[in-house]
Design a protein around this ligand. Structure first.
Ligand code: TXA
Ligand code: MG
Length: 321
């Protein structure tokens, strides 16, 4: 059965909110990627999310709220956390905080942890949906587990099919990368996942931020396993010349010759534009007719950090043939 994709009109958003309150799953756009939403106070709805994603149970989910007022009953906010929310919400920043037992959140949503990941998305459709539903919404990216995050409604339909009751179509996601995850449960803020808010922006607010050392995988988010962002084809990084049958993800004005197909992340060399194109481009090139996906070097500045993080995971999942 095909899923129902509807443009995100007022009436469609109202219907989606009703479905969420009834324990059904709804896919919706955020500024980062599409989310697979379910009632975060319902264990059954959250269990359905895991089932629909085929996701390992130990991966906790991000809980979405309209803003700080709705978040405070769910977790313990210290002054740092309030500052972060005031500065970056609504927007692509997820905060990991101590969970309040009185908040009524599903335990499964936190996968047994006594912390919870909270985020207030900026996308107007997400905002309207969250306010209409009036309940916190657990929403992982709307892909099957271990696959690329969807940035259009059509990607969601291809990933989840009839596992979702309704897909709200709000067009392509403007950021195109998942939210940054910042753990504020320890004395020093720790970056668990790079994303839409850059390390530079966080350092302006917090000064020092603990980051996973290069080549290590320490306090990373449990779900950020090396294979988490894997296309089916092998991925080869820092490619400067073609190998037979490869497709190319290009960055910058000039692409080396000889590739079977070329998709540009950004012709002007803009990491923000590259981030917005990343998952769609990977998806377009992830076809059996190619031997692999080669990626040109992408500088480690701004969102380049997050893009390279995603691509390294994809490359680690499958070495080139
Ligand atoms: O941009 C986003 O964050 C998107 C949109 C839909 O909001 N959501 C998203 O969710 O990327 P998901 O489930 O694909 O990734 C959530 C990440 C996982 O790596 C998970 O392990 C981590 O958040 N996470 C969730 N709760 C956590 C917690 N309590 N402590 C540490 N990491 C947590
Ligand atoms: Mg995901």
């Amino acid at each position: 059965m095909d899923p129902e994709i509807v443009p995100a009109s007022d009436s469609a958003i109202a219907r989606a909110a009703q479905l969420l309150c009834a324990g059904e799953l709804v896919a919706f756009p955020t500024e980062t990627v599409y989310g697979l939403g379910g009632d975060a106070t319902s264990e059954a709805a959250v269990a359905r999310i895991f089932a629909a994603k085929g996701r390992p149970r130990f991966n906790p989910l991000i809980v979405h709220v309209p803003g700080l007022a709705e978040a405070e009953p769910l977790a313990v906010f210290d002054e740092r956390a309030r500052n972060a929310a005031r500065r970056f919400w609504p927007g692509p920043l997820t905060l990991v905080l101590p969970r309040r037992a009185s908040g009524g959140l599903s335990l499964l949503a936190s996968a047994g942890l006594d912390t919870v990941a909270l985020r207030a998305p900026a996308h107007p459709v997400a905002q309207q949906l969250l306010r209409a539903a009036g309940i916190p919404i657990a929403a992982p990216s709307a892909n099957r587990s271990g696959r690329i995050s969807p940035t259009t409604a059509a990607h969601v339909a291809a990933e989840l099919g009839s596992r979702v009751a309704l897909i709200l179509d709000g067009g392509a996601c403007p950021v195109g990368l998942e939210s940054t995850i910042l753990d504020l449960t320890g004395p020093v803020p720790a970056l668990l996942r790079p994303g839409g808010v850059t390390l530079e922006e966080l350092r302006e607010v917090f000064g020092s931020i603990a980051t996973p050392a290069v080549g290590e995988h320490p306090p990373r988010a449990p779900g950020s396993l090396p294979s988490h962002y894997a296309p089916s084809l092998p991925v080869r990084l820092d490619a400067l010349e073609a190998r037979p049958g490869e497709a190319l993800l290009a960055f910058g004005a000039e692409a080396p010759p000889g590739f079977a197909e070329v998709r540009w992340l950004s012709r002007s060399g803009d990491p923000t534009e590259a981030a917005a194109n990343l998952f769609a481009a990977l998806r377009q090139l992830d076809r059996a007719e190619f031997t692999g996906i080669a990626v040109m070097p992408i500088p480690e500045r701004g969102l380049g950090h997050a893009i390279n993080d995603r691509l390294r995971r994809a490359a680690a999942a499958k070495a080139p043939r």
